[in-house]
Design a binder for this molecule. Structure first.
Ligand SMILES: [Zn+2]
Ligand SMILES: [Zn+2]
Length: 312
């Protein structure tokens, strides 16, 4: 199908939206379900969302849809109605509202066809229907913290876990989702008889992790409904105790959003607790993303190690 030529350059679009003071809210939603023709769906969504001046990014795959968009508040109801009626599988979809609204998070609408919603290159994980899943709301999650037979498992990368996570949760140390899925069944073998609660930022990675564990015959798998984002919003709305400690890693220039005053991150060099942000090692060959306290940062000039400092 022929696509319209770009009329306005990205640079100009960015400037336009920098000076646009429309009140907007960022929402996200996702669902794994069979989509037979992603291209037709893409065109339909594009035409509809243009009417509401929606910005952001949407990924469509034959395995489902993943949406993160900034919507003008005046059209919020229309946009949510649109998605809920787009497909029978989206009828009761969980809508996650961003904890903090960044006015400049998006300045155009990008809809892309992807092979997978969250790249992991494992293609034999079945899509589970909702009746096979156990979702927990924030009330139920908080109850689980008092149950000795429950373990919380973080389904995020190491750099996300190290700045904030659920109290006493288990980390599956990995730098990619693929690496984590590979390790997951082995790591959790010891806990097969426990109630296993999976969580990630918005819940999408847990959908795959839960389906994988079911394939490996794990029985007591639970997921936090809407992930950490929904948990935080619910604890605020209902004034519940908050068991997520520290900062939440976010995928934009701020990198992290403080949730509680607890500091859980550790300096990679001296192992002391530090509230410093992630930095990339200045050695371009290394470029490792890591946490360094101010003292070590002065000593190593923001390189991750003496080796990187000396070799660059
Ligand atoms: Zn240090
Ligand atoms: Zn380095």
């Amino acid at each position: 199908m022929l696509r319209k030529k770009k009329i306005i350059s990205n640079k100009i679009l960015k400037i336009i939206y920098q000076h646009d003071y429309t009140k907007r809210t960022i929402i996200s939603l996702y669902k794994y379900f069979k989509i037979h023709n992603p291209i037709i769906l893409l065109d339909f969504i594009k035409i509809e969302l243009k009417k509401y001046d929606v910005l952001g990014r949407i990924y469509i795959a034959t395995e489902g849809i993943n949406v993160q968009i900034s919507t003008p508040d005046i059209y919020m109801k229309n946009v949510i109605y649109f998605f809920k009626n787009l497909n029978i599988h989206l009828k009761n979809i969980c809508i996650n509202y961003s904890i903090v609204n960044r006015s400049m998070a998006f300045w155009k609408l990008q809809i892309k066809i992807r092979k997978q919603l969250v790249a992991n290159n494992i293609h034999d994980i079945p899509i589970l229907t909702d009746s096979f899943k156990n979702y927990l709301n924030a009330f139920q999650v908080n109850k689980c913290f008092f149950d000795k037979n429950t373990i919380f498992v973080d389904i995020r990368n190491h750099y996300e876990y190290e700045i904030g996570h659920f109290h006493r949760s288990l980390e599956i140390p990995s730098n990619t989702f693929r690496e984590q899925l590979d390790k997951l069944p082995i790591f959790l073998r010891l806990y097969q008889n426990k109630k296993i609660v999976l969580y990630c930022t918005g819940g999408i990675r847990c959908e795959k992790a839960a389906a994988l564990l079911k394939k490996y015959k794990f029985k007591n798998i639970y997921q936090i409904y809407g992930g950490i984002l929904s948990y935080i919003n619910q604890t605020k709305t209902y004034n519940l105790p908050m068991y997520f400690k520290g900062k939440l890693f976010v995928f934009d220039s701020r990198m992290a959003e403080r949730i509680t005053n607890d500091v859980v991150s550790i300096c990679k060099n001296c192992q002391n607790i530090t509230d410093s942000m992630h930095i990339n090692c200045l050695n371009n060959v290394c470029h490792r993303l890591f946490i360094q306290c101010e003292k070590c940062s002065r000593k190593l000039k923001s390189y991750c190690s003496k080796r990187c400092l000396n070799f660059s």
